[in-house]
Design a protein around this ligand. Sequence first.
Ligand code: FES
Length: 109
Amino acid sequence: MRAMNDTQDWVTVAKRADLPAGQIKGVKIGKQEIALYNLDGEIYATDGVCTHAYANLADGYLDKGLIVCPLHAGCFDIKTGKAVEPPAEEDIKTYLVRVVGDDIQIAAA
Ligand code: FES
């Protein structure tokens, strides 16, 4: 049931226990690829595909709050989605995340 002030549609995409600190996990909502990050216990989510060319960001690595693309090492800030290191120039989308019990949920709307 939706709370009165909750206008988001939340989708459970993973279990909290499956995403230890410092790890990245690729998930899907429909055809949408999403990368989940555990940065020092806080969970973040961005689009899972790099905006430079086709690379799965879940195959990259985290470096102080940046996701480093596995293909050409472009970097994005996982909190803002901002492209901060070339050749990545176009920002990636970020998603609202919440943890309910052991469920990681993303605002799909
Ligand atoms: Fe990600 Fe090129 S595909 S930087």
